[in-house]
Design a binder for this molecule. Structure first.
Ligand SMILES: [Zn+2]
Length: 65
């Protein structure tokens, strides 16, 4: 996973971000003319990258990292 600028997110916040990306992706896939193959591949990759993690000890949790 590419890191955003600044601190890397803890696993749970990274998971939350990945879920948001999946939601965006499904919205894209519903659009007319969307590349379904692209959407499938990216969706699979995102799903596979979902960590089953915990917030790091430095993460505030509610507001994220
Ligand atoms: Zn976190």
């Amino acid at each position: 996973m590419p890191e955003t600028r600044g601190q890397p997110m803890c696993q749970l916040c990274d998971q939350r971000r990945t879920v948001l990306l999946l939601i965006d992706l499904s919205a894209y896939a519903d659009r007319p003319g969307a590349d379904q193959e692209f959407a499938d591949i990216v969706g699979l990759a995102l799903s596979a990258s979902l960590p089953a993690g915990q917030h790091s000890s430095t993460c505030s949790g509610e507001t994220g990292c």
